[in-house]
Structures are given as structure tokens and as C-alpha cells.
Write a protein that binds this ligand. Structure first.
Ligand SMILES: [Zn+2]
Length: 319
């Protein structure tokens, strides 16, 4: 199963695979976005390592939880203990970072340039308000809850001298002792199994943001590279031939080269694959043949009439 936080990344990956590098200025712009998501995810994975370093066995850790009741909100990391909870906002920026206690702005200096960001504690405090309201609406027991911002990039130098909230801003390495200290100050108010239930309830409530990637970047379907990619020579040239895919360029035959293609199509269409889209994308002319291929793939058919479409089962929980 795909972790939800990586779906947006996978959508960008699929788009970059299917967009000509000579599509200026979109290709470089989308590539840059992708690179940023990718490094964001590396940063969060880096933090995960430190979260698991705590000497506590009863914590539940949720990454990228996004709830879409009343107001959508997303939490980078939610730590659920038996007597306390923590919301963490992850920042993966480099350079010298200092906080202005008066304006509550974060100022980053790097290579002689200055960037200003909102105080990450503001962001995570807003998320806490939304989470608290959501838990209240679901009759889930409230526990003392803390918020903090974590800088995960080793090339960030934090200068926090005058910042009154500096104990809530830290580097990833400081996370285990931060959590252990909170744990030692709070008695368990719920049981381990109650905590597990809350974690799985919240996971089930997760809803991925609607992000139809082609529309968002205003990319025409005609500009998307079609075809089944050859697993050997990587060209989008495979042709259907006697129940297999055959590459006319290198001669390789494959039974399942279309599976990756269908997964990419699902990512590009918010998981809504029609017979017509599949025919165009796989470059198969026959409506009946594509129907056979779709029915034998890991897809679920929704509806029976003209408006029928397919959903990829690996994405069905999210899209
Ligand atoms: Zn080939």
C-alpha cells in the first residue's frame, strides 16, 4: 500500500514521465515542484528515524494525516501517546534561520539572499485548533496536546536567542528527548488498545487532497506522451500482439508492460480511467480488446452504462 503522503509525489512523477522535456516553461517548473516534494519527503523520513528512537513503545505515529471535515487540515506528524499528544510541523529548509519575536516571522539568510516565512508555530497551532474540534465532534477523549516545529535539514542553522517560544522549535535529533520528557510528565489516561483504535480511526478518516494534475497545470491531453513503455529500451512504443506487448524497436516481449501504464493513467486522472482514455493512452484501437485488458488488470469497474469507469485498486483508498 502506498503511504498517502507520497501520492502527490507519484502524480508529479507520472506527469514528468509523460511530458516532453521540451515543454517550456512547464517541464522545468513541474520538475522543480517535484524536487521540492521529494526533498520534503526525505526530510519527513529523516524525522521518522528520530521518532522511532524514543524509548517508548506505546506511541502511535501518523504521517501526513489530512482530514476534510468542515475545514481541511493536514498534520505533518501526529504523535499519539497514552497521556499526551504532539503535532509536529516539519521544515526542510537550509541556511541561517532566525525568528523575529516581534513580527513572529521566520527569516532565512542564504547565499546573500533573505527570505521571510510565516512562523511555523502559527501553522501548527491552527492545525491543533482544527484537530481539537474534530476530536470533540467525534467524542474522542482530549489529552494535553503540544505543538512544535522541527527543522530536519542538517544544513539549517537555527538562531533562536530572543525567541520566547524557542523550546518548541528544534532540530530532528532533539525529538526523542523532547517526547520522552513529555511522556515522563504525563500519566496514561487511555489504554494502549484505545490509543490504537484512535490511530486507526484517524487513518480511516484520511482524505487525499483533490489535485487533478493535468488541470492544475493546464496541460492538454494532446501534450501527454501516450503509449506503453518498453521495460527494456524505455521507449513508449510497445504494440499489442498475440496476448503480449511487443517492442518494435528492441524486440522485447512482455505480458504485463501495461500495468505501469495504467497506474500512471490513474494518477493523471484522479483515478478515473474510461475505456476511451485507456485506448488512447495504451494506443490500442479496439474497444473490446481494451475492455478485456482493463478487466484483467488490478482495477475496479464503477457503473455499467456509458458513464462507466475504472479505479486502480492501489489508489482506491485515497483517490
Ligand atoms: Zn524496446
Amino acid at each position: 500500500m502506498i503511504p498517502p503522503s507520497s501520492i502527490k509525489l507519484s502524480k508529479h512523477e507520472a506527469l514528468l514521465q509523460r511530458l516532453s522535456e521540451h515543454h517550456p516553461p512547464l517541464y522545468p517548473m513541474i520538475y522543480e515542484r517535484y524536487r521540492r516534494f521529494d526533498s520534503g519527503q526525505t526530510g519527513e523520513a529523516n524525522l521518522e528515524y528520530y521518532l522511532h528512537q524514543t524509548q517508548l513503545t506505546d506511541l502511535q505515529l501518523l504521517n501526513g494525516l489530512r482530514i476534510e471535515k468542515q475545514y481541511p487540515f493536514q498534520i505533518d506528524w501526529l504523535v499519539l501517546g497514552l497521556g499526551f499528544r504532539i503535532l509536529l510541523e516539519v521544515k526542510n529548509i537550509t541556511g541561517t534561520i532566525y525568528f523575529d519575536p516581534h513580527s513572529r516571522q521566520l527569516i532565512r539568510e542564504k547565499d546573500d539572499t533573505k527570505n521571510i516565512f510565516p512562523d511555523p508555530l502559527f501553522q501548527v497551532e491552527r492545525q491543533y485548533v482544527h484537530l481539537r474540534n474534530f476530536l470533540l465532534s467525534q467524542n474522542i477523549k482530549q489529552l494535553p496536546t503540544y505543538t512544535a516545529a522541527v527543522f530536519v535539514n542538517r544544513n539549517a542553522e537555527l538562531q533562536l536567542h530572543d525567541y520566547p517560544e524557542r523550546h518548541r522549535i528544534m532540530i530532528a535529533q532533539a525529538i526523542p528527548s523532547f517526547i520522552e520528557k513529555l511522556a515522563s510528565n504525563h500519566y496514561a489516561e487511555i489504554s494502549c488498545s484505545q490509543n490504537q483504535q484512535i490511530a486507526s480511526f484517524l487513518t480511516n478518516q484520511h482524505k487525499e487532497a483533490f489535485f487533478p494534475i493535468l488541470e492544475k497545470y493546464e496541460i492538454a491531453w494532446e501534450d501527454i506522451i501516450k503509449g506503453v513503455r518498453c521495460p527494456h529500451c524505455q521507449q513508449y512504443a510497445m504494440k499489442r500482439d498475440r496476448m503480449r506487448w511487443q517492442c518494435p524497436l528492441c524486440g522485447v516481449r512482455s505480458a504485463n508492460a501495461h500495468l505501469q501504464t495504467l497506474f500512471e493513467l490513474a494518477l493523471l486522472t484522479e483515478n478515473r480511467i474510461t475505456n476511451k482514455l485507456a485506448r488512447e493512452f495504451l494506443q490500442v484501437a479496439s474497444q473490446d480488446l481494451i475492455k478485456k485488458i482493463l478487466n484483467r488488470s488490478p482495477l475496479i469497474c464503477i457503473g455499467k452504462t456509458k458513464g462507466a469507469y475504472y479505479k486502480h485498486i492501489d489508489l482506491i483508498d485515497y483517490l
